[in-house]
Design a protein around this ligand. Structure first.
Ligand SMILES: Cc1cc2nc3c(=O)[nH]c(=O)nc-3n(C[C@H](O)[C@H](O)[C@H](O)COP(=O)(O)O)c2cc1C
Length: 209
């Protein structure tokens, strides 16, 4: 008899076209390894960034993208689901869909602006709008340098709505020895916000083993 596999609660991960695709890809892998269902959206610009910054080749078509991410992360079949830019029937498109925490990582200043103003022009923006109206956890990981007053005002607006603004600005006090250590610094911070336990790096004040 076929028994449906049950995963831990879904987490939505959206990659947009800011530099730092590795943060979002690593987050997907870690969430899958922790047993969570992962709902993924990758913007067109994010695909360009992935192609520029990594040697990872990912198809754009949602089913094929899901298969590629499952293979990459070693997740189980069905554990990672992907949704396209205008997949308005996806659960994340409506407040009546199954709830999930959402992370936009990395978050472009374009998506930051759209979410701050409620544009909902694509599924990523709509899912963030739903997360805000439903008072669900939404973590946004912007990357730009320097930030303009426009970016800063959008971040303040969103922060006042309860959105967690978690800039892609890794610390160095854990003495990173490679890029992966810097990536895990940010991924660990995101997991802390989602209240998902991990051993990517020790919490401050706890000894590293
Ligand atoms: C290689 C590359 C790097 C980029 N880096 C950034 C960045 O760090 N921050 C940012 O806000 N936009 C960056 N952009 C520009 C965004 O991708 C662009 O504004 C895009 O319209 C964002 O669309 P999206 O939010 O739908 O993904 C980058 C684009 C490319 C191709």
């Amino acid at each position: 008899m076929n028994q449906a596999t049950t995963f831990k609660p879904p987490v939505t991960v959206a990659l947009t076209g800011a530099s730092g695709a590795q943060y979002g890809l690593r987050l997907i892998d870690v969430l899958a390894a922790a047993g969570h269902e992962v709902w993924v959206m990758i913007s067109k610009a994010a695909h360009m960034v992935i192609a520029t910054e990594t040697e990872i080749s990912l198809p754009a078509q949602p089913q094929r993208l899901a298969a590629a991410l499952v293979e990459r992360s070693g997740a189980q079949t069905g554990q990672i689901r992907c949704f396209g830019r205008e997949d308005w029937m996806a659960p994340v498109a409506s407040g009546s869909g199954s709830p999930s925490a959402m992370v936009i990582c990395p978050c472009s200043t374009g998506t930051l602006s759209s979410v701050a103003t409620g544009a909902s022009n694509n599924l990523i923006e709509r899912a963030a709008d739903v997360a805000i109206k439903e008072r669900r956890t939404l973590v946004m990981v912007p990357r730009e340098s320097p930030f303009s007053p426009i970016h800063l005002e959008h971040m303040l607006t969103l922060s006042r709505m309860g959105v967690v603004i978690l800039p892609a600005a890794p610390g160095f006090y854990h003495q990173p020895s490679c890029i992966e250590d810097l990536i895990d610094f940010i991924v660990a911070r995101i997991l802390n916000q989602l209240q998902i336990s991990h051993n990517l790096m020790p919490r401050w004040g706890e000894a590293s083993s």
